[in-house]
Structure formats: structure tokens, C-alpha cells
Design a protein around this ligand. Structure first.
Ligand code: PMP
Length: 346
């Protein structure tokens, strides 16, 4: 093909440079200007494309990976999908150890992308040899020429955002950003993006979002790991029951906890008000904006950038299913009647 024809050589060239989209209605009653960094525009539909590509390319540069080698990770979620996608293009095998809690849809999606999936029992402790952590470690030890991504404890996860998400936001806001707000799971997104932004302007406020049932907020405030903070919750990808070394707690100014129910309703509201079909944790970020607003965090001059991590299509059988919402007790009877008003033509 002629050189002047504008084509992408492969899907990986579309990673990053996601749009910043103004939120127009959902923030109506909150002071400030609000913008969403919509990571669903990555080709793998999430922010994890960035770390998958970056970590693999760093391993290639270090001579640790050559085509035909194997990428290993413990994830059923976005990171697994992105790693599988990058592996296809670059010629690696991809092995993912996932929990038996993962839905069949998710496992099928990873297998569609060429990954070898090991389903490990969910109801065993992390140190059990069958846990997905230990299965991944064992596979890594047994597989010659393999790399274990280990995103919770891998500094390259942070560096990926330092080199891409941070500079993009600085440029897109022409340096006018006053607040960054992002979910913390591994902490890679918020830590790396914040590091770059604070280097440009140390006054930018870094606001974290955590889940009820996770240890991050309390650890940030007290440096104490409190087991009593831990209980099951439904939002996936947000919060944690351990302290990831990928989280830079010192760079985060404040954490806000959000509930499963509020975040679910907010994810649905973002679709209905802004026409943006984004995932459960985008709802969590939006809910946190509301709560931070109520605490007086923002003024009319604030330019707030929120990271929306992934696409809504991954949650069709959860947040965007009326039946699921009802099973969780997230609808009162009025809402349910309204939500289920589908007209069937006979
Ligand atoms: N939202 C979703 C849907 C995720 O999968 C993740 C990653 N665990 C996050 C938010 C949090 O991002 P990070 O791991 O970079 O803190």
C-alpha cells in the first residue's frame, strides 16, 4: 500500500490518546467544570491496554521477552483482555489464572482472544496451592521464557500511566486541571497519572475512590492495615484486601468510599444523561464526585478530570441488568416497575 494512505498497522497503535469529554448534565448541581477521560476508547475498551502494552514492551527492551514466550497474569478482568490482545499481535502465549467466581462470559471472552485460561477455586485462601495467585506463580516457575505481570506489585504499571495518561491530561486541559479523581485498585492509574501532573503543578488535588469493604482509605489515613475493614462487595476493580506496592499513598490527597448501590445507579445515570456507556467503576467515580462536591471540595473555577476506566458492555449481566439490580435489592418497587417497562409486540 502507498505510504501516504492513512492506516494503522495493527490494533495496538490505537492504544492511548483517549478523549477528554465534558460532562454536561450529570454534574449540574455541583460547582466546577467536569471532564471524563473515557478509557473505553482504547481498542480493548479499558485503561488496562496502556499497562499491558507498556509492561510487555519494557520486558522486550530488557531482553526478557522474545516472540514465542509466555505472558502470565492472575485476572479475569480488563488486564487479562488487554494482555491477550497485545500477545496476539506480538506473538506471545498468554496464560491467565482466574477465579471460579468469574462469569462464563468473561472466561469465553479471554479464550476468544487466544488466552489459555486456568479456573481456580474462589473459596480457598491466598496461600493455598490452588489459589489463582499460587497457580500463576507455579506456572511462571514451570514455564521457560515466561513473564509474570503481577500488576499489583509492578512499578511498570505506574510508569505506564506516568508516561501516557498523565501527559495526555496535562495537554488536553492545557495545564488548567485543578483536580484528578480516579478509582484505586492496583493504584497504578492514580499514582502514575498524579506523579506526572504534580510534577507540572504541585497544587493539583489528587482524589482517590475506594469501596466499602476495602482497606485502602483507612490505610491511607492511619498507615494501619485493618482486617475489620474487609468484607465482600460487588464493584469489581475498585479497592483491595491487601496493600499494593503499585499504590503511592503519599501522592493521594484524600480517599472517598462509595457504596455498591450508589455506584450502580450512577453508572446507569451516566448512560442516560451523557450518552456515555461506561462501566461500574465509572459510576463509582461519578458518585465520589457527588460526595466530594457535597463536602465543598470544588469551586466554580475547578477543572476536575475524572478517569472513567472501562466500557459498559462488560457489565450487561450486572449493573445494566434490571434483574441483577433487583436481586441486589438496588431497586425499590417503583424503580423496578419503571425499569422493566419493556413493550412486547405480539
Ligand atoms: N476500574 C476497573 C474496571 C478496573 O478493572 C480497575 C483495575 N483493577 C480499576 C478501575 C482501577 O485501576 P488501577 O488498578 O489502575 O488502580
Amino acid at each position: 500500500m502507498k505510504e501516504d494512505i492513512n492506516v494503522y498497522n495493527n490494533v495496538l497503535e490505537l492504544i492511548g490518546n483517549t478523549p477528554l469529554i465534558r460532562l454536561n448534565k450529570i454534574t449540574d448541581n455541583i460547582d466546577g467544570n467536569f471532564f471524563a477521560k473515557v478509557e473505553a476508547f482504547n481498542p480493548g475498551h479499558s485503561t488496562k491496554d496502556r499497562i499491558a502494552l507498556y509492561i510487555i514492551e519494557q520486558a522486550e527492551k530488557a531482553g526478557i521477552l522474545t516472540p514465542g514466550d509466555t505472558i502470565i497474569e492472575t485476572t479475569s478482568g480488563n488486564t487479562g483482555f488487554s494482555l491477550a490482545m497485545v500477545s496476539i499481535i506480538k506473538g506471545y502465549n498468554c496464560i491467565l489464572a482466574v477465579s471460579s467466581k468469574s462469569s462464563k462470559d468473561k472466561i469465553d471472552m479471554l479464550r476468544t482472544m487466544g488466552a489459555k485460561v486456568y479456573v481456580c477455586p474462589a473459596n480457598v485462601s491466598a496461600d493455598d496451592e490452588r489459589s489463582y495467585y499460587n497457580v500463576a506463580k507455579r506456572l511462571h516457575e514451570e514455564t521457560k521464557g515466561s513473564v509474570y505481570i503481577n500488576q499489583y506489585f509492578n512499578q511498570l504499571n505506574v510508569d505506564a500511566h506516568y508516561h501516557s495518561t498523565g501527559p495526555e491530561i496535562w495537554k488536553q486541559t492545557q495545564g488548567k486541571i485543578t483536580h484528578l479523581i480516579a478509582c484505586s485498585g492496583t493504584g497504578g492509574t492514580i499514582s502514575g497519572t498524579a506523579k506526572y501532573l504534580k510534577e507540572q503543578n504541585p497544587n493539583i488535588r489528587i482524589l482517590g475512590v475506594d469501596a466499602f469493604g476495602s482497606v485502602l482509605k483507612k490505610y491511607h489515613e492511619t498507615k494501619e492495615f485493618d482486617n475489620d475493614e474487609i468484607y465482600p462487595y460487588r464493584i469489581e476493580g475498585l479497592g483491595k484486601n491487601l496493600i499494593p506496592s503499585a499504590t503511592d499513598f503519599d501522592i493521594i490527597d484524600h480517599f472517598m468510599k462509595v457504596s455498591d448501590e450508589d455506584s450502580a445507579h450512577m453508572a446507569r445515570a451516566i448512560a442516560k444523561t451523557e450518552g456515555l456507556f461506561v462501566g461500574y467503576t465509572s459510576g463509582a467515580v461519578m458518585q465520589a464526585i457527588k460526595q466530594y462536591g457535597e463536602e465543598g471540595e470544588f469551586t466554580a473555577d475547578s477543572n476536575v478530570v475524572a478517569i472513567f476506566p472501562d466500557h459498559g458492555s462488560r457489565y450487561m449481566s450486572k449493573v445494566f441488568s434490571d434483574d441483577w439490580m433487583n436481586e441486589q435489592g438496588f431497586f425499590d418497587s417503583k424503580n423496578l416497575e419503571e425499569a422493566q417497562k419493556i413493550e412486547f409486540i405480539k
